[in-house]
Design a protein around this ligand. Structure first.
Ligand code: FMN
Length: 248
């Protein structure tokens, strides 16, 4: 590594060429990810202080994230994969959590919806960076029942209800105008105050967890990782959980 692109080198060339260019030597050091490193907190986490059930522990950490003022603490990355194992990820909003698992809403014919139909195995990631925390979930996704979807759909703002009809999520659309026209047609048909039917292609997914990992950043990259693993409770029985420490 030359001195110029070493972390901490001064980015004078970048000042002479404000567009930065594509060459790494021209990246001012304040923008160079190689030089970006935070030292994480000293306090750790111990299995002794953790809840017996992972969803109860999630509730504690979710409350911490809300109390810490994290922006959109319910934003999570959902990863899916098709039957050939090719993965894809995107952010969605968690809309409910309870002992049974995590619920989010989307279009069933979107890319994620199509992949879940082929392969129900998913992963969730809550990236709570300002707290040096993340929660990682693996599990399987299934539709929530239509009554639950309908109750949530009608709790959404009117414009979001129309948006769910207007968008053929993940499909190529000719232009922004096509979308706006489609929305305007729907807005004329269902004015504010009228009941919008629940789109048949839209609904909730319940992610039933198989593993839930709680990750706490620590000093010197010796982070704490505590993972719940489902070890029993098949065929409708109450799940049993084993809590294990993973090496960082
Ligand atoms: C903060 C944030 C929250 C989002 N929440 C949702 C959501 O709850 N449901 C949804 O379908 N898309 C949501 N999106 C859009 C998705 O990231 C994605 O673009 C969309 O679902 C299509 O994904 P797909 O083509 O991979 O299926 C959100 C995006 C962001 C950045």
């Amino acid at each position: 590594m030359s001195e110029q692109n070493a972390p901490g080198a001064r980015g004078e060339d970048a000042e002479r060429e404000p567009d930065g260019g594509a060459r790494r030597a021209h990246v001012p050091h304040v923008l160079d990810p190689a030089g970006m490193r935070e030292q994480y907190r000293a306090e750790g986490i111990e299995a002794e202080g953790f809840a017996a059930e992972p969803m109860d522990q999630f509730g504690r950490w979710f409350a911490d994230a809300v109390a810490a003022g994290i922006f959109e603490p319910n934003a999570m990355v959902v990863s899916t994969a098709d039957t050939r194992g090719r993965p894809s990820s995107r952010t969605v909003l968690l809309k409910q959590y309870a002992a049974r698992g995590f619920v989010f809403y989307t279009n069933h014919t979107s890319r994620k919806g199509r992949e879940i139909a082929e392969n129900p195995h998913v992963a969730l990631l809550f990236p709570w960076h300002p707290m040096a925390r993340q929660v990682l979930v693996t599990g399987t996704a299934a539709h929530v029942d239509r009554a639950e979807t309908a109750a949530y759909f009608h709790s959404r703002p009117h414009g979001s209800q129309l948006g769910a009809w207007a968008s053929e999520q993940s499909r190529v659309v000719a232009s922004r105008e096509v979308l706006d026209e489609q929305y305007a047609r729907l807005a004329a048909r269902y004015p504010e105050g009228s009941e919008v039917p629940v789109p048949p292609h839209w609904g909730g997914y319940l992610v039933t967890p198989e593993t839930v990992e709680f990750w706490q950043g620590r000093e010197n990259r010796l982070h704490d990782r505590l993972r719940y693993r489902r070890t029993g409770g098949e065929q409708g029985a109450e799940p049993e959980w084993t809590l294990e420490r993973l090496s960082p």
